[in-house]
Design a protein around this ligand. Structure first.
Ligand code: AMP
Length: 631
């Protein structure tokens, strides 16, 4: 048995001992009494009885050995700012922020919603929450008011932290008006809103509610705020993710299990050593940003780069120049970003000294072979595709090269990570597929490992029903991804089994987009599907039945309505969710019982065979789409 195979086997068969060893990677105030409590499946409780704190482990702990070493390196090519915070300076900033939050009445268990661009203050805010035991809920800055409102409604934050604006490609995106509108739409009203004024966009402050970050924090200069010792099973944060319903789910995570999972992943998967530099190009609004911009690298005593800007501005060498300048050892990005770079001059890959870089990790969407080959040859470092979800918090499939160097295979995110009892099952019978290269649903047999979501925020039943009850006859966690496993045990991910789509590595629910489009007064019905795209992996396509189709006979009328619909989505959900095209039809393909045949629509859009259509009500509906697509 290979060293890794044995490591993986131990993680499942000698689970408690294995994870007790991993738990030594972090500092505990009180040692855990029970490693894994799985007495109430599918809920798994890790390191029960242990007390610890994420901020202590990410910041304070390093003051002993490396107070002056870089901790947070903030680089914005949007504003030209660049600043390094040592662990000591980060500690100071986090304490000021924590003091301000306490002063605003935030106590353990309160929610703080963070709606911020990629600025250092966002990381201070997250760490400050972790420090005092407040639950942070970071909402991606690219979301607009309706998306934000539903998250405010669900998280019921005492405080919201935001900023005047973000900036993308030199274009200022004002956040404050979107936030004000979201608070107006929500029945829950936060007590206070703390606003970083970057001087990018004018802000109108709401009296008695809005506070200025700089002025507020100045009052807490030099503050000393102790870490709150939290139960391992207390809640560290929630992060919203899209599913098949229009209502996003608050993925809820613990404290101790998450800290151990991240510390272990930094060692075994990401090859991170204290004193080195980690660069993840994601955004704090996504799970990768939580795990591998903020917490993971800092837990490992590494410096982490927080980058605001595009990968190709001022030119396509910007990321590699940062690798050279800050001696980056591990980098994490998404295939879409690499596909963007691939359109640029490949000479940029050779322009800088990348000798410190040990590997480039890519995740979030399928990594196609040409993209993998291009970047692997261009950089001359191993490319490690890894597969996971918001729900898991850290990789489910990857290569644990820190345990044993494993061969990678193009197109495969690798092997099940330690702690994951991963299986493939037949979609409708639930039978486990054991022969190589059989296609099935990727599932996890419980208990889920440390770091995995605890539940859906405020809704245990939704957690159980959504994730654990879809496989007939068995209580298994469904990833909602199709997969196959080859004769060497390597998995290949073949796309989602549900209506979730993945645009440039961003997960979007087609139902959310449909609901938004439906709010346009001239939309009678709509179907949104994900269609394969060369650059973004997938894009959303909307097919609309108009209430009043008289204006649509002319091209001009169609373009006008298309533009209006896109604007509705932009304003409600944000430009990330905007469909690439809106096409008009007189009816939508449905089953006789009225269910939308999204998969058939998607197949037709991609020029594939739509499969079994015996249940379709009217085949002419699909023909209309076929005709539109061949135009
Ligand atoms: P998110 O929760 O936004 O991280 O999206 C998770 C989903 O993205 C997964 O369920 C997969 O469908 C997809 N995904 C993530 N990483 C990969 C990967 N390396 N290869 C293929 N699909 C991936």
């Amino acid at each position: 048995m290979s060293r890794y195979a044995d490591f993986h086997r131990r993680s499942l068969q000698d689970r408690d001992r294995f994870w007790a060893e991993q738990a030594e990677l972090i500092e505990w105030r009180q040692q855990p009494q029970t490693i894994c409590d799985h007495s109430r499946p599918p809920f798994a409780r890790w390191f029960v009885g242990g007390t610890t704190n994420l901020c202590h482990n990410a910041v304070d702990r390093h003051l002993r050995d490396r107070p002056d070493q870089p901790a947070l390196i903030y680089v914005s090519t949007e504003t030209g700012q660049e600043r390094t915070y040592s662990f000591r300076e980060l500690h100071r900033e986090v304490q000021r922020t924590a003091a301000a939050l306490k002063d605003m009445g935030v106590v353990k268990g309160d929610r703080v919603l963070i709606y911020m661009p990629m600025i250092a203050e966002a990381a201070f805010a997250m760490l400050a929450c972790a420090r005092i035991g407040a639950i942070h809920s970071v909402v991606f800055g690219g979301f607009a008011s309706v998306s934000l409102a539903s998250r405010i409604e669900d998280a019921t934050p005492k405080v919201v932290i935001s900023a005047d604006a973000g900036s993308r490609g030199g274009k200022v995106v004002a956040y404050k008006p979107l936030l004000d509108e979201a608070i107006r739409l929500s029945t829950h009203k936060p007590k206070a809103v703390l606003l970083v004024d970057r001087g990018l966009a004018p802000m109108e402050k709401v009296a008695g509610r809005d506070l200025d970050w700089a002025a507020t924090l100045r009052r807490h200069d030099g503050a000393h705020v102790d870490c709150e010792w939290l139960q391992s099973t207390d809640i560290s944060y929630t992060i919203y993710t899209s599913g098949t319903t229009g209502q996003p789910k608050g993925v809820q995570r613990d404290v101790g299990g998450y800290a151990v999972a991240l510390a272990a992943s930094m060692k075994h998967i990401f090859l991170g050593e204290p004193g080195e530099t980690y660069f993840s190009t994601s955004d704090i609004g996504w799970v990768v940003g939580h795990s591998y911009i903020v917490y993971g690298p800092l837990l490992a005593g590494m410096a982490t780069i927080m980058y605001e800007g595009l990968p190709i501005r001022p030119d396509a060498g910007i990321w590699w120049s940062l690798v050279e300048k800050y001696k980056v050892t591990a980098m994490f990005s998404a295939p879409t970003a690499v596909r963007v770079l691939k359109k640029q001059d490949p000479a940029f890959l050779k322009k800088y000294d990348l000798s410190t870089l040990k590997a480039l990790f890519l995740a979030g969407e399928p990594l196609d072979e040409p993209t993998a080959r291009w970047i692997s040859e261009g950089l001359g470092v191993p490319i490690i595709d890894n597969y996971w979800q918001t729900e898991s918090g850290w990789p489910i499939l990857a290569l644990a090269n820190g345990v044993e160097r494993q061969r990678s295979k193009f197109g495969s995110p690798g092997l099940p990570m330690y702690g994951y009892d991963l299986k493939l099952v037949h979609e409708s019978t639930g039978e486990e597929l054991t022969r190589p290269n059989e296609k099935g649903v990727v599932v996890i047999e419980g208990p889920t490992p440390p770091g995995f979501m605890q539940t859906v925020w405020g809704d245990d039943a939704r957690y159980v029903n959504t994730y654990w009850k879809t496989i007939p006859g068995r209580m298994l966690y469904s990833t909602f991804d199709w997969g196959i496993r080859d004769e060497d045990g390597y998995y290949f991910i073949l796309g989602r089994t549900d209506d979730v789509i993945n645009v440039a590595g961003h997960r979007l629910g087609t139902r959310e987009i449909e609901e938004s489009i439906s709010s346009h007064p001239n939309v009678a019905e709509v179907a949104v599907v994900g269609v394969a795209d060369q650059l973004k992996g997938q894009v959303a396509m909307a097919f609309v039945v108009a209430r009043d189709a008289s204006g649509l006979i002319e091209e001009r009328g169609r373009l006008k309505l298309e533009g209006e619909i896109m604007k509705v989505v932009d304003e409600q959900l944000g430009a990330v969710a905007r469909p690439a095209r809106v096409r008009f039809v007189s009816l939508l393909p449905k089953t006789r019982s009225g269910k939308l045949l999204r998969r058939a629509i998607q197949a037709v859009c991609e020029g594939r065979n739509p499969g079994d259509l015996t249940t379709i009500e009217d085949p002419a509906a699909l023909q209309q789409i076929r005709d539109l697509m061949s135009d």
